[in-house]
Write a protein that binds this ligand. Sequence first.
Ligand SMILES: [Zn+2]
Length: 371
Amino acid sequence: MGTTATAERVVLGKGRNSRRALFADTHHPCLGSECAVPYSADRGKQSVNRQALDELKQQIPLLDYLQAQDWQPVRPLSGGRWMGLCPLHADRKPSFLVDSGKSLFYCYGCGRGGDVIRFAEIYHEVKFPQALVLLRQWRGLPPLLQQATDFYRMQLHRHSEAVAYLHQRGVRSKELIEHMRIGYAPGGGGLRARLMQSGYPLSALRQAGLVTSFGYDAYVHRIVFPLEGNLYGRSLSAAAPPHRFLPNPKGGLYAWEQARRYPEVILVEGLFDYAVLWQSGFHHVTCAMGTHLNARQFQQLCDSPRTVYLSFDADANGSGQQASEQLAHRLQAHGILTRRIGLPQGHDPNSFFVQGGDAGQFQALLEAAQP
Ligand SMILES: [Zn+2]
């Protein structure tokens, strides 16, 4: 790679002698120190399976992850290494070295280095377990669920009843359908056939809950939303149970990686509530898929100081209000500020927008929200 050699000489010519070792050697001492534990031993305690960590790191090349965070390599070096501005400190000259082959980084400015997990810890300012969660979210669904999602997404526009249902629930923008990766399960054994064609044995499909014990597609006439490690299916038919999940945990808060960046977040009950809010420009929204938060979702809301706007259904029987009151108390006990959004009686955010409410009106509700 002649161009690489030129780039190296140019830099050396500027007299940055402290970097000579880096540019001259194939292996940089910092990057080569794979024997050193990249994160401290107490965080790698036995509860975290070493093999699972290695797998995660293999599935998330550091360079891909960096580029997804808008990092751009400025200069190629030999051996698949790159220099760029350090995303971890205010950097004016490229001092951030990435070895894409080894998936390791080192910064000559702030002196920090390690693997993709270490990077996620520092960059997102989270502890080790949260860094793993973020990386798993970013990696997305396991291959089988990913293929199922792809299949459902392809079906969506082939079935007018699915598109009509989305319209009826206020889901109109293409951008939103892309953002939420919304699909449709028509039923009729199409998913089973597709996945078996791709080489998955029927037993794997049953085990994942995609196919019933009788061998039928489990999701029939349902709008399908991929979650982290699960699929939520909303029935089009009033005769079937409205909500369906795979027999896995429902996972954390919906799209939390985006919402958590905001100092104020709106928490809603259902994905159609999330959808209309997101479509109306409220991108600091997340969804618990129900009013009962699991431990992980609760912890996510508490992971840094913020204000949580609760917008559960204003049910006639008061159950939504009660749930939001209880949650507000629990959050406050953890130092989180809460505001409860007063929707008109009988409404949830979805019906509010579907029946003519607009972003301005919802913004007014936000501003009028009571502690
Ligand atoms: Zn740095």
